[in-house]
Design a protein around this ligand. Sequence first.
Ligand code: SAH
Length: 351
Amino acid sequence: MTPLEKLIRELIVSEGPLPLDRYMSLCLGHPEHGYYMARNPFGETGDFVTAPEVSQIFGELIGVWCIAAWTAMGQPSTFHLVELGPGRGTLMKDMLRTARRAAPQFAEAALLHLVETSPVLRQMQREMLGVDAIWHDRLADVPEGPLIVIANEFFDAIPIRQFEKRDDRWHERVVGLKDDGLVLGLIAADLGPQGAEGDIVEFAPARSAIAREIGERLSRQPGASLIIDYGHLASALGDTLQAMRRHGFVSILESPGHCDLTSHVDFEALGKALTDGGAAAMPGLTQRGFLLAMGLEQRTAMLAAKSDARTRAMLERQMTRLAGESQMGNLFKVLAAVSPGLATPYPFGRS
Ligand code: SAH
């Protein structure tokens, strides 16, 4: 039994079953035993690989997008460049390298803010970036001002709640105890009359609150935001909560604190929260559509032209991994929002 499972069992005994958002936030963010708090989960030896860890081109193209957004903002001489959940810091490193080369004034103007709760990952980011940055626990702590907010595979780690229709009424899915083991259970909940027997819906109030806050900031000052994650462009029914360990799926109740726990992101709900906050949110794109429009093939060809056969084959594999239809290309989606009145950022369209 993991130390966190022991704590969770005690909590259930004293307080009753835990809604999934409470369980998820303990598993990921418990200050001592939470998944992200004490480990580096990335890479072949970790539990999963993210797009910036697949290829440097991912961060380079997002850097290009940010430079264009800053230009559309009127090239403010200082602005907050905010990343939510920077992981190892690879995406930011690749973005800044591109910016220093392609738009030195952008790099000069950017004040770096990293929103990161994990002390271990903060330290890795500090070493990776080797530049001045300010770390925050929450977006709310970033000072006011023009800003660009980026987030890759951040929202999937923010907790969700699930509701299930059983015996003609809605129940919340919770983690309880049975025969001295963790089990999933149902507790009656008020959720209105709609739905068919067996339906499962997911709500992520904590995700919507962050997206709304981004929207509010964009409504107060010039800015833009780019959110990338796996998920669906239109809200859909179904259980997408998943636990991952060493690149394979495991039960969400297995080894609490030792497995990554995420769910697919509902981009329709995120877009609505951004709009509610006062930003103009564009209809989302697939990662494939976004990266190809941003020049993934051209950048791959440029790097390939300077490389030997082995590196060329690797670049080809990386491109397929990021944009291939059956790989990350269609599963991952990209959402953009800008301040009202700013031009629609390429390659997005207005709805
Ligand atoms: N963007 C990175 C890492 C994705 S993993 C990449 O693409 O490689 C999720 C990241 O979000 C980690 O850095 C994790 O520590 C951070 N994180 C998770 N929950 C968080 C929270 N509630 N507040 C701030 N950061 C969080």
